[in-house]
Design a protein around this ligand. Structure first.
Ligand SMILES: Nc1nc2c(c(=O)[nH]1)N[C@H]1C(S)=C(S)[C@@H](COP(=O)(O)O)O[C@H]1N2
Ligand SMILES: [Mo]
Length: 315
């Protein structure tokens, strides 16, 4: 059982998918795309989506300082274990209906509610943010997300004074997500943060990617983003946001508590137990670049961790 888990996730990306294989797989996918995937996917996405093209204003506050990752790379190399442990889950993920979609806000809140996503989008103003994403496997991407601050949802839920943590839960669609049958994983995919982190301006709920609805494989129709944390914290296809007084134990922490913790802030100086976090490979390129503490977002988030120096903030 453990051996099966080790094969995918536990290897650093460079070991799990040697560069040559990645490149080979991409060109295979391109070829296959002409025959199958590429022809059927856009039609499906159009039919299922609640949202047309988006042209939200781009925020100047968050500058990535690098070129955007090519869209085809960001949308064809994914981690989404509900659809399997390979990076090629895009075709399978198209089966997940994107609309209608309900988001449940519950737990220690004054206003528990279930909101229809299209109603929610009438109540928030959308912006585009170009953000860095750093996977714990040491690859990264820079993509434009459209969405709204998570703080908006916190306000709508109105947490009580007892609420200290927020847990984000991914939908469990057993008919369409074959990975859910892999019972050694602690489904559902849950990730959590402190209430202060959820209210930080960088915590973002994304409904768009490259000006279009977030593709299913990237977590459509709505996902959370913690750009200063390792990518596994940024849960996809969020269906429930739960406010609690207990620190949530998240999916990867349940699987391997010695390797993946609650905080998971990016830090090049703290290696993963089995590989270095000093550099990262830019998706869609062969370039490796230095990794930055808090993924380069320290000016926004470092104050959140004052006084918590004894916590394993970077695991
Ligand atoms: N529900 C769910 N969310 C998830 C994952 C997952 O397997 N299931 N993988 C995480 C990991 S490890 C990463 S790196 C990012 C990948 O997001 P992307 O495919 O949009 O690049 O999603 C995160 N969110
Ligand atoms: Mo990841």
């Amino acid at each position: 059982m453990l051996i099966r888990i080790r094969r995918g996730w536990e290897l650093p990306e460079t070991a799990a998918t040697p560069e040559s294989m990645v490149l080979q797989r991409r060109s295979l996918m391109r070829l296959a795309g002409v025959a199958g995937a590429a022809m059927s996917l856009p039609r499906l996405a159009g039919a299922q989506s609640a949202m047309p093209a988006m042209n939200a204003p781009r925020s100047e506050r968050f500058r990535a300082g690098r070129d955007l990752t090519p869209e085809k790379d960001a949308t064809s190399y994914n981690n989404y274990y509900e659809f399997g442990s390979s990076k090629s889950v895009a075709a399978a993920a198209q089966k997940l209906p994107q609309s209608p979609w309900t988001l449940k806000l519950d737990g220690l809140v004054d206003k528990p509610q279930e909101i229809d996503l299209s109603d929610l989008l009438k109540r928030v103003s959308l912006e585009e943010r170009v953000l860095r994403h750093r996977c714990v496997e040491a690859w990264s991407m820079i993509v434009p997300w459209t969405g709204f601050p998570m703080a908006e949802l916190v306000k709508m839920a109105a947490p009580t004074s007892a609420a200290r943590y927020v847990m984000f839960e991914t939908v469990q669609d057993r008919a369409r997500m074959p990975g859910l049958r892999q019972s050694w994983y602690p489904w559902p995919y849950q990730e959590g943060c402190t209430l202060a982190e959820a209210m930080n301006e960088l915590c973002f709920m994304a409904v768009g990617l490259y000006g279009k609805p977030v593709p299913a494989q990237n977590g459509g129709p709505i996902r959370v983003l913690f750009p200063w944390k390792y990518g596994f914290k940024s849960g996809k296809a969020i269906t429930r946001i739960h406010f609690t007084d207990t620190r949530p134990v998240s999916f990867w922490e349940k699987l391997q508590p010695t390797e993946y913790g609650f905080w998971a802030n990016v830090n090049p100086a703290v290696p993963h137990p089995r590989w270095s976090q000093e550099t990262e490979r830019l998706l869609g390129s062969r370039e490796r670049v230095p990794t930055q503490i808090f993924n380069g977002y320290g000016e926004f988030v470092a104050p959140l961790y004052a006084g918590l120096e004894k916590e394993p903030l970077f695991l």
